[in-house]
Design a protein. Structure first.
Length: 837
RNA sequence: GCCCUCGUGGUGAAAUUGGUAGACACAAAGGACUUAAAAUCCUUGCCCUUUUGGGAGUGCCAGUUCGAGUCUGGCCGAGGGCACCA
């Protein structure tokens, strides 16, 4: 068998891919913006990147071959904490560390043979990038989209920085895993909540997004309908404003619960008991166990509120640990009969339980009834159902002027301040008179200083001897700079716009280019960004449209694909230490030995590759050993791309074997002597290949790359049979050329090498599918009473009578029909015939 | 607790959306070629039958249908999202 030295040909073709551009500028070309989520330059690429970028490359090359004008850029999400951490431990500047990683990873990506236009490369830590980000910040500021709030923040005591809510997982920092503390700080916010409604309703426009992702965003935005109701206190003049989604249960209200941060708490500032209670509440709150067990506790204020609809009725007021200050008004009314939480609370403090929605049961409630039903015990609401009662009571509340209809969102404004060095400086200055203003745009970029000390705790910008001190350009007044930097999610919220004109100097982007290339036609990345990155990018796009009349885009990503993770089994030695795959030797399915001392190893189930579990495989080593094409091929072959895939050395090695067979096939065809043509064989091969083209085209369009690859195997098995038949050299070559063109998106090096060997002249054009020349024969099932008794291989489009006579003459099913009366026949053309006897 | 998704051979998975279940591949067993190995190729794959055949079968239980992996209801199991959101 003829073998191919993939290292040689991959090098050869990568030279050509270096300056590869997928631009088709012919008048009938449509644009296609193919984007994969850009990587954080952490050191080396990992298998997740290989999968992500291979999928993107297939799409980009496929679209290009189909005459699209394709934008396929790549860049670096280059600001972030790891650079600072690495700098601390290696005594290296974060900038140099990042730059070095970018060089390594770029080379690795090039070794995969990706079709990227590297002339568009950007790095978010480059001042030419963050300069424009600072401009955008100022634009947002001037358009009322930035605010400064003093709030409690999630303080990570290990990282010494503020975390976004989304970066807190089960009460712990997402990176450090340290228990997060509450701390009050002045912070910058993007007013993402101004767009709550828009972000929610526009989800409907995103037909090309996975339903799952849209649902997650919907839940995150969390819209709820209800109303506010004012409760008068019986002893005071002040009022308590509550929010409820169940105003229909107002007649079942038996207590009011307030957050410990509610304004009314000021009355209790000197009460030791209250302070104790407040401390108790703060203790629970963030740790995982406390949330799980979450006992409801309250503090009786001994105050009462007047029921707004029942004269004389007084309702006790409590502070309670389960009421949050930052949702609604930090106050609720409790209706124990129809809310489980209120029910638990009422049982604990012996409060009244009044049923106002009938559950059709006589006995006392054992738990809250939250279903629909007929309203009872509620005066003018009686006999209505829940939905109608809600409407009626809101009308009544508004009529009496004691409250109003209201819609609430869970989504909170986006805190963007970070007390870190390696990020985009916030272009704000503080004047001596206390005013806070953005810097003049002419001063941008506000550059990060490079002479910093990373080994002192806290933010190096704060402690830099001079950086902070500046003057306001327009007035010459003394000022100090904001020392916080922007959350790195800001960097990735508009990079897809910068790619459209990465070298544009005057502005963040050239609107003409944006309005041509945007929106991204296909965005590809990990599901872990389902909420944060995608929601922030959507917000940015909408905010920009508000700030800039020439900007016409309202949603950034037309189609979204979220690929699954790459998994590998894990290994632990006898002492429970993780081992790398190269440290062990497998001895069967679930047995392994440590190479060094032959001790036995515990083989764990496949889990997503991570450095901490040491179950990683280095893509670069695999590429060296099996070739980039084989690695790409395997990545796509084993599982549907949206599902997790398990890495297997055997899998990649057999991918390599198959590609060698493909090469051998090309070699044989290229060197084959002319044979006498046989019409039937030639017709068969033309129809067969044409049918495969059709199948593969369909599978690519549906992102079913694993099916696609199965089709290639089938096609190979089909095609090689014709090598020894009477098919002319030309027919064989023409058809193999078509097949190799189909392989370009998957294994570009091999495909181009083979096309060169076959002397193909039009390599950058997808083969046309001749729909009239698809397979003429089909397989049809013959069933008796729903049981398949025979499978006929027959001509397409035969009618029932013709089928009947074939069966009567020769089918295996014939004997089941002898001497039987057919009651009914179900006939589906080209699929099935079913006789009921 | 609430919400969502998914259960198909020893394994990864296909199944034109209600019409041949297990394509394609991996692994395994047997065989061919070879002095031998590697490579390559072929066969097998649950139950009964020597074969021809026949039967069961897509997590479990029902239902709709001529026909269900696919639709409906209930149960069991796995994974993911949210977290006291009023």
């Amino acid at each position: 068998m003829e073998r191919l030295n993939f290292q040689v040909i991959e090098k050869k073709w990568q030279e050509k891919f270096k300056s590869l551009k997928l631009y088709n500028n012919s008048p009938d070309s449509k644009k296609f913006y193919c984007l994969e989520m850009f990587p954080y330059p952490s050191g080396k690429i990992h298998m997740g990147h290989v999968r992500n970028y291979t999928i993107g490359d297939v799409i980009a090359r496929y679209k290009f071959l189909n005459n699209y004008n394709v934008l396929h850029p790549m860049g670096w999400d280059a600001f972030g904490l790891p650079a600072e951490n690495a700098a601390k431990s290696n005594k290296e500047n974060p900038k140099d560390w990042t730059k070095k990683n970018i060089e390594v990873m770029k080379k690795q990506l090039q070794q995969l043979g990706l079709s990227i236009d590297w002339d568009l490369e950007i790095a978010t830590c480059d001042k030419n990038y963050y300069k424009h980000q600072q401009e955008l910040f100022i634009d947002f500021y001037n358009n009322g989209l930035v605010s400064r709030k003093e709030t409690y923040v999630n303080w990570d005591p290990v990282e010494k920085t503020v975390l976004a809510n989304e970066q807190v997982i089960d009460g712990r920092g997402w990176r450090s895993n340290a228990v997060v503390e509450r701390k009050k700080l002045s912070q910058w916010f993007f007013n993402i909540t101004k767009f709550s409604n828009n972000l929610l309703s526009d989800l409907e426009k995103l037909g090309g997004w996975p339903e799952k992702v849209k649902l997650m965003q919907k839940n995150w935005i969390g819209k709820s309908f209800g109303c506010e109701i004012k409760f008068e206190l019986s002893s005071e003049t002040s009022k308590i404003n509550i929010f409820t989604t169940r105003p229909d249960t107002i007649f079942g209200a038996t207590f009011i619960a307030l957050s410990v941060d509610h304004p009314l708490s000021k009355k209790f500032i000197n009460s030791n008991e209250f302070q104790e209670f407040k401390n108790e509440c703060n203790k629970t709150g963030t740790t995982e166990e406390s949330l799980a067990n979450a006992e409801k506790i309250g503090f009786d204020t001994k105050l009462f509120a007047k029921h707004p609809f029942i004269k004389e009725k007084k309702i006790p007021i409590f502070f309670a640990n389960f009421v949050l200050m930052d949702y609604g008004n930090g106050a609720i009314f409790g209706c124990p009969a129809h809310d489980q939480r209120d029910f638990d609370f009422a049982k604990k403090y012996n409060l009244e339980v009044i049923k106002v929605v009938s559950d059709k049961q006589e006995e006392e409630l054992k738990e809250a009834y939250t279903g629909d039903g007929v309203i009872i015990n509620s005066e003018f609401l009686n006999n209505l159902n829940v939905e109608n009662a809600k409407e009626k009571i809101i009308e009544e509340i508004e009529k009496r002027g004691i409250g109003k209809r209201k819609t609430l969102f869970r989504l909170k404004d986006w805190g963007i301040s970070r007390q870190r060095y390696w990020g985009c400086p916030i272009p704000i200055i503080y004047l001596e008179d206390g005013s806070i203003v953005p810097v003049d745009k002419s001063e941008l970029p506000i550059e990060l200083p490079e002479d910093i000390n990373l080994n002192s705790p806290g933010n190096p910008l704060e402690y830099h001897p001079t950086w902070k001190n500046t003057i306001q350009r327009s007035t010459g007044k003394k000022a100090t700079r904001e020392t916080d930097t922007l959350d790195t999610f800001v960097d990735s919220s508009w990079y897809f716009l910068r790619f459209c004109s990465p070298n544009f100097k005057q502005k963040p982007f050239d609107e003409k280019k944006i309005n041509y290339w945007m929106p991204v036609d296909q965005y590809i990345g990990g599901i872990e960004h389902a909420i944060l990155h995608l929601l922030y990018s959507r917000f940015f796009t909408k905010a920009l449209k508000d700030c800039n009349k020439e900007f016409k885009i309202s949603e950034p990503f037309q189609n979204l694909f979220t690929q699954g993770m790459v998994c590998h089994e894990t290994y632990k030695d006898q002492n429970g230490n993780w081992l790398y795959p190269e440290e062990i030797e497998k001895e069967g399915l679930n047995k392994a030995k440590k190479k060094s001392d032959k001790s036995s190893v515990v083989v764990g189930p496949p889990e997503s590759m991570s450095k901490s579990k040491k179950n990683t495989i280095d893509p670069e080593i695999m590429v060296k050993q099996y070739g980039a094409d084989a690695v790409r091929w395997f990545m796509l072959s084993d599982s549907p791309p949206e599902k997790d895939v398990q890495w297997s050395d055997i899998g990649v090695s057999s991918a390599n074997k198959f590609l060698q067979k493909i090469w051998n096939l090309n070699y044989l065809v290229a060197n084959r002597k002319v044979k006498k043509p046989n019409n039937q064989d030639e017709k068969d091969i033309i129809q067969g290949v044409n049918s495969f083209l059709n199948k593969i085209d369909l599978s690519i369009n549906n992102f079913r790359f694993n099916v696609c690859i199965a089709n290639f195997y089938e096609m190979y098995n089909f095609f090689r049979k014709y090598l020894d038949t009477n098919v002319s050299e030309k027919i064989l070559k023409d058809n193999l050329t078509k097949i190799m063109k189909l392989m370009i998106p998957f294994t570009p090096h091999l495909a181009y090498e083979c096309l060169e060997l076959l002397d193909c002249k039009s390599i950058n054009k997808w083969p046309e599918i001749d729909k009239k020349n698809l397979k003429e024969e089909i397989k049809m099932a013959v069933q008796i009473n729903g049981k398949t008794r025979d499978i006929l291989t027959i001509k397409k489009d035969l009618v029932e009578n013709e089928i009947n006579s074939i069966i009567q003459n020769s089918s295996k099913a014939k004997k089941f029909l002898e001497n039987k009366k057919v009651v009914k026949t179900i006939f589906v053309k080209n699929k099935i015939i079913n006789y009921i006897i």
